[in-house]
Ligand binder design. Sequence first.
Ligand SMILES: Nc1ncnc2c1ncn2[C@@H]1O[C@H](COP(=O)(O)OP(=O)(O)OP(=O)(O)O)[C@@H](O)[C@H]1O
Length: 255
Amino acid sequence: MLLELSGISKHFGGIVAVKDIGFGVKEGSILALIGPNGAGKTTLFNIITGALPPEAGSVTINGREIVGLKPFEIASAGITRTFQNLQLFGSMTVLENVMAGAYLRSKKGFVRSFLSFPGTCREEKKIREESLILLEEIGLAETAGLPATQLPFGKQRLLEIARALASRPALVLLDEPAAGLNPSETEALTDYLKKLKTKGTAMILIEHDMQTVMEAADRIVVLNFGQMIAEGTPAEIQAHPEVIKAYLGEDEKIA
Ligand SMILES: Nc1ncnc2c1ncn2[C@@H]1O[C@H](COP(=O)(O)OP(=O)(O)OP(=O)(O)O)[C@@H](O)[C@H]1O
């Protein structure tokens, strides 16, 4: 397993946000995290990325414990994320946003990259080339020189994904990547995520669009009121009685 969670619990005051959660994500696979609003999905993302400390439990990447590490250390260990409400660098161009993501794995770092040491120039050139390739793959190459905020919303979402991928992470956490996308953009996104997976990137996907989830995910974890009520393949989840009950009422089916 690339990522393993076990016994993760967290509460806020009297609210149990997540309780005794455990699952694993394999290299080059997509795990979808689904559940009604308030089920605990974002809390889990915040715990995995080091933004929130869990009260109990362990998170490992390639067997290395990451609970207690700072967010930038976890990012350097190969886990990056996107946000539900986009967090792009508005004053930078599309290309610069992706390059900023790439500096996470750079030896020189973002600030030193602005100083013109010979090694730094070579590295910047390489990062620029790789970032352009990433933009090409995600369909944003033509917008590389535009300020990020000039892109339409759907493209800003893709840019955030490209930036999260720029440091070549082993695992990317995607928070509702299809939210606000039109049907053809959603389809293109789903195809892109599937392609990414075949190149070896693992992903955890929080997504309310069930078609995207059922099509892209290898495995699905279902949360309800902070508890994990089911884990399985898309077909298993669609037929799972507890899941049907939590989502739709007992007599109906998902998706
Ligand atoms: N910082 C916080 N302070 C207090 N309560 C919180 C905090 N963060 C989350 N919660 C509570 O913890 C529970 C789980 O919230 P969380 O945001 O993880 O759910 P979610 O599944 O991501 O929901 P959504 O789909 O609406 O984003 C909710 O009851 C929420 O109100």
